[in-house]
Write a new protein. Structure first.
Length: 277
């Protein structure tokens, strides 16, 4: 663990402020999810990010499917193009002022094309030690809380140390109200202890542990564009054509009306007249 690098990573987060798929049982077994209530685990040294403890990846969720965001690897990303051109503009390229309720509706729709960050820790769940280490994925908020309150806190030593580290209790509480998120709280144990009885075997398991990218395949530009097209299809009546997805490098024509009454109007204005290659 490198506390300086962790704090630098947290500083970047604050400044921003802002598919091999799991088909097989083998792939499923390498991932761990907290159950409602208290879960005891050991956060282990991450062989792929030993100084930062966790690795992060960004994803899009479209049509009930998960897609790795190409933009995080510097690759062309149609979701970025749609996001950047989503809000209606006048003929001069300036964003059109909308009533507050319409602006909120469009902003919520646009945010679907903004990547969601997931952070992955390597953990050893208590009671499941025989199964070896697992990947545990959490939200950006949970990651930030863990890093600030534990790894960025000088009052705590390196809790991932295999010999003298600390277990943590992950308390997971499901949301009870519509629109609310589940709650995840992580608290270290006050007593240090070895990660397990057989540290030599655990070290071998960590050495052979599969990288997170083993389980997530970056979609091609066309695959992601097809997913956007399916997501952005506008219900039509009569012979009116269904809207098409925005191709790479396409220039979005400005919205001709001064007001946009429905989010579908924006979809149409973004996609109207654009031919798929």
């Amino acid at each position: 663990m490198n506390r300086e690098k962790i704090l630098a990573e947290l500083a970047k987060f604050e400044a921003k402020n802002t598919k091999k798929t799991f088909d097989s049982e083998t792939n499923k077994s390498i991932f761990w999810n907290a159950k409602p209530g208290e879960n005891k685990v050991r956060i282990l040294p991450n062989p792929f990010a030993p100084e930062l403890v966790a690795v992060n990846r960004s994803f899009y969720y479209l049509n009930e499917k998960t897609y790795l965001a190409p933009c995080q690897n510097g690759n062309p990303d149609p979701c970025v193009e749609v996001y950047n051109n989503f809000m209606p503009k006048d003929s001069a390229g300036a964003q059109i002022k909308l009533p507050l309720d319409e602006w909120k509706t469009l902003t919520n729709a646009r945010n679907k094309f903004q990547p969601t960050y997931r952070y992955f820790f390597v953990v050893l769940p208590r009671g499941e030690e025989a199964e070896g280490p697992k990947w545990w994925g959490c939200s950006e908020k949970v990651w930030k809380d863990i890093m600030f309150e534990i790894f960025g806190n000088e009052d705590w030593d390196d809790i991932t140390d295999l010999k003298i580290g600390y277990d943590v209790t992950i308390t997971y509480t499901k949301s009870t109200k519509k629109g609310e998120f589940a709650s995840t709280k992580v608290v270290p144990s006050p007593k240090s202890k070895p990660a397990c009885d057989d540290l030599e075997t655990l070290q071998t398991q960590l050495k052979d542990f599969p990288a997170i990218d083993t389980f997530f395949k970056e979609p091609t530009y066309q695959e992601l564009k097809d997913a956007i097209e399916a997501h952005m299809k506008v219900p039509t009546t009569g012979d009116e054509p269904v809207a098409k997805a925005q191709p790479e490098q396409a220039k979005v024509p400005p919205v001709k009306t001064e007001e946009v009454k429905e989010v579908e109007d924006v979809f149409k204005s973004i996609l109207d007249g654009i031919e798929l290659p």
